[in-house]
Design a protein around this ligand. Structure first.
Ligand SMILES: [Zn+2]
Length: 209
């Protein structure tokens, strides 16, 4: 597989770079032309709803790990949430608008140093893993949910499910997702390999906590 992919800016990966986050509109564009657009090179219909979603992506050189596992990416809802108080939320929102010009539906953060060193397949698997978290709400019958007022998809975060695992492993195999040993040992048991993917993702680890 050959795809040309955007790399993080020099300013963030140089040795003397300050700890920072840098918006990566080029990475959003790339993800759309590779995975999301109808004529995308590695089109995946599972991401169809993201045609109507706004996505903000950040590169970061902030090293992140949890329970000894390096975190390579994370996906969150764009709107700041959690115990921040009114000023905290407004401050976070201002920062987000400064980066993206708007509060996007989803924000994905990618480890810039990993992006420099990983293979194309690993990079694609990581981005798609995060895209899988950026989901569309479903109704009680399992059908995709749309807003009655706008007609647009209702977005939500999705945790790990078999669908996601199968999607990523089907497209990239066990090697790109660092689950080869587990897959070999467990004879392709999806739930076990799922853990292997989750270890590299901050969103998954927060959910596992
Ligand atoms: Zn994840």
């Amino acid at each position: 597989m050959f795809i040309s992919r955007p790399l993080p800016p020099e300013s963030i990966i140089s040795l003397d770079a300050r700890i920072t986050f840098a918006p990566a509109p080029e990475l959003v564009e790339w993800a759309r032309t590779i995975f999301i657009d109808e004529d995308a090179k590695l089109f995946n219909p599972d991401h169809f709803h993201l045609n109507s979603a706004s996505i903000g992506v950040l590169w970061t050189n902030v090293a992140n790990a949890r329970k000894g596992h390096r975190i390579l990416g994370q996906c969150e809802e764009g709107k700041p949430s959690g115990m921040m108080g009114k000023w905290g939320k407004a401050r976070a929102e201002e920062q987000i608008i400064g980066w993206f010009g708007t509060v996007p539906n989803f924000i994905i953060t990618i480890d810039a140093l990993y992006a420099m060193e990983c293979s194309d397949a690993e990079f694609c698997a990581l981005i798609e893993h995060e895209l899988y978290h950026a989901a569309q709400e479903r109704d009680p019958f399992g059908a995709p949910k749309f807003s009655k007022s706008t007609g647009l998809p209702v977005f939500c975060m999705r945790g790990h499910d078999i669908e996601e695992f199968v999607g990523v492993v089907r497209r990239y195999g066990a090697d790109a997702t660092h689950v080869r040993a587990l897959v070999d040992a467990a004879n392709a048991g999806p739930e076990i390999a799922n853990v292997g993917i989750a270890q590299a993702c901050g969103t998954c680890q927060l959910r596992a906590a």
